[in-house]
Design a binder for this molecule. Sequence first.
Ligand SMILES: Nc1ncnc2c1ncn2[C@@H]1O[C@H](COP(=O)(O)OP(=O)(O)OP(=O)(O)O)[C@@H](O)[C@H]1O
Length: 251
Amino acid sequence: MNEVLVVDNISKQFIDDDSVCRAIDSLSLTIRKKEIVCLMGPSGCGKSTVLRIISKLEHADSGQIHGGDGVFSEQLRSAMVFQEHGLFPWLSVRENIAYGLNMKVRFSSKEQVNQKVTELLTLVRMEEFANSHPHQLSGGMKQRVAVARALAVEPEILLMDEPFSALDPFTRRELQDEVLRIRNQLNTTFFIVTHNPEEAVYLSDRIVILTHRPAVVRKEIPVSLPFPRNMADPSTIALVQDVTRLVASGT
Ligand SMILES: Nc1ncnc2c1ncn2[C@@H]1O[C@H](COP(=O)(O)OP(=O)(O)OP(=O)(O)O)[C@@H](O)[C@H]1O
């Protein structure tokens, strides 16, 4: 019920010259509307590959991706935020966000695009910097703009690949709080790759842990602690330790 994304038995290998790298092996998982799910696993186990397949940057060798109600993957509207913001340096903040919108047929007039961009700037609290260029922004501000640009296409699921790992701990926490706020405000569904067990416990409704390559789901951990999470609470600390142990053991 309320499924936004179904990853059904996907496998993927990369073949380079003579070497074969089996990245993913019969991996299945489901994400429901408005969930925040964090994907974890040992380095190189295939987490980014899973996101790239969902966002159609890569093809699975077998298996299927589809949306809720049997929607085909071609129709699933997803957007991706990377560790590196990926903003166009020659465009202003406003123009970077509008870039995604201009791709959408239904925003036909300039006024509609402007209004939507203004809404998104307000959502990520970047109104003041609408006319700045990326080099004039801090790392956290750039990621805010990247999030706004991704949300411009009104994705059914927002995919994030280590989105905050380059940020200092304070900015990282601010951006994590933004994710929680945006989820509550827009009912957005998030699927986030992270290496950071604290981040996963702070944000997730569910943590999915993969094995070493070829990746399969090792364990799914529902996190029912109330938001905002108190990271000094003994049950939260214990969960962070459990997740750390499970990721490190990797099998
Ligand atoms: N285009 C490619 N060609 C060849 N091998 C690839 C390619 N993309 C990924 N791989 C390999 O697939 C495996 C999984 O890579 P992936 O980047 O998905 O892992 P990851 O879990 O996201 O890694 P990390 O945690 O270090 O970011 C790795 O062994 C990687 O070398």
